[in-house]
Design a protein around this ligand. Structure first.
Ligand code: BG6
Ligand code: MG
Length: 211
């Protein structure tokens, strides 16, 4: 493999839980039940599509102005909840993997649906590892469409077959596979069957096997 492309929330950092709590608060404000089970449908999904899915779950429609206000309130609550985020919130094995891959000359990139991706990478002090960061601001078709990862591979001048994608979400695994990437599922047993390779966490990954 010539490059590793990482999803952000739930793969590099534990922020997936913060997203869950923020969406749960939003769903409850609409009188819609929302547990970890429903949250699986939202993992990796863009902010706008996530709210659409919550409304579908509750069979509700709301005016555009309320939709926009809820997006803002969800993001404000989410950002507030991650204000103390730092390198200690990196998931197990992340730093070692990034360091080893870099030493072996593997190109590194991020492919995230989040519009907060660069802000979070800075907070984690890991921005310098990545040659390319494609986030929710840089795509017109969000996951499960492969655009985010295809743009990453293109920016590196590589073919998808030369890149491995690390994902914790069903939408992300679908995006990786649709784009022709090797899809590594991480830390979410629900996606174990869909991924080409499955790891409980990144400490299980052996860079030398794929370098
Ligand atoms: C993805 C998360 O990375 O980004 C989703 O898995 C989140 O849970 C999505 O909704 C959008 O993030 P943001 O930060 O732009 O609201
Ligand atoms: Mg994720």
């Amino acid at each position: 493999m010539k490059a590793f492309l990482f999803d952000l929330d739930g793969v590099l950092v534990s922020t997936e839980h913060n997203h869950f709590l923020a969406w749960q608060r939003c769903a409850h404000s609409l009188g819609i039940d929302f547990t970890e089970k429903e949250n699986e449908l939202l993992k990796g999904v863009s902010r706008v599509d996530s709210l659409k899915k919550i409304l579908e779950l509750g069979a509700k429609t709301i005016p555009d102005a309320e939709f926009e206000a809820l997006l803002k309130s969800k993001n404000d609550f989410y950002l507030e909840s991650i204000q103390d985020l730092n390198q200690s919130n990196l998931l197990p094995g992340v730093l070692n993997l990034l360091q080893e891959a870099k030493e072996k000359g593997i190109h590194l990139g991020v492919g995230s649906s989040s519009k907060n991706a660069n802000f979070i990478l800075d907070k984690l002090s890991i921005s310098s590892y990545f040659e390319v960061v494609i986030d929710g601001n840089g795509v017109s078709d969000p996951k499960p469409h492969p655009e985010v990862f295809l743009n990453g591979a293109k920016a590196l001048g590589l073919d998808p077959a030369e890149c491995m994608v690390f994902e914790d979400a069903a939408s992300g695994i679908a995006a990786a596979k649709a784009g022709g990437f090797t899809a590594v599922g991480v830390g979410n047993p629900h996606i174990a069957d869909q991924a080409d390779i499955y790891l409980n966490d990144l400490t299980e990954f052996r860079v030398e096997q794929y370098a």
